[in-house]
Design a protein around this ligand. Sequence first.
Ligand code: G1P
Length: 293
Amino acid sequence: MKKGYISVIPAAGLGTRFLPASKAVPKEMFPIVDVPTIELIAREAIASGSKKIIIVISSSKEAILCHHFTYDRSYEEYLIAKGHQDLADRLNQIAKEVEVTFVLQKEQKGLGDAIYACRNVIKDQPFGVLLGDDLMTYEGHKPVLKQLFDAFEKTHSSILGVQEVEASQVSKYGVIDIEEKETNRLFSLKGMVEKPKLEEAPSRYAALGRYVLTPAIFKALEKTPKGKGGEIQLTDALMLLNAVEPVYAYAFEGKRYDIGDKVGYVEAIIDFALKRDDTKEAIKKFLKDKDLR
Ligand code: G1P
């Protein structure tokens, strides 16, 4: 990849599934052990080559999210003076690594509207999207968004990251209808349905929160009427886009956690804790000592 693509992280949602915790603290700041989920998502964008990230926020979340991505020099100096160089390094790590722009979504009108809010910053370049509820691990593989950027280098068309999900899960996602397989992992898209009933689902392949979009998506979003849940759905805009230019799906490699769901969130914390040197032995012992039958 010659240049880094811009990545967008929509973070303006209310987080109602995590009330009361999400009343005062943006759910994007909830930690996986000690790292806020939005920092982990941003790290995937950086590892995928993005040097600039746009975070779409609502006004109530602005202060806290901006603070997290701001270089805090006095706190850093304080930690160093106390002999905590390691903590000082972690404190400002994300602020050092990436340029962040905040874009305000004025009303919570859905994912499509959040993406549309970025049009004047992105202008006429392709860009990545990472949804904060979808946390990825990808040991042994490229970062998930990088897999999509690499596929984009070949197709120059919008691409959705997909994986097969269980039948019981299809109604939670945008589900794709496949035209034909270009390769083992790349499919050209025939259609897509937002959160279909199982009987109406065109496949088991669900869009799991990673996209590369061409700027033509903004024109499609302009014409997208309110869809499921009365919101402007990215899925509907992708279908309008597919009528004027090809859209692809890529079956990415890696494990995805639904951290917008309580169980998925706890699973992610346990798995991350089991991989970290500073926590794994203690958590392994804790789980082993539990009589879980
Ligand atoms: C959004 C998208 C959906 C996608 C999902 C992935 O839904 O609208 O197409 O499958 O993210 O997590 P949400 O869960 O935000 O309602």
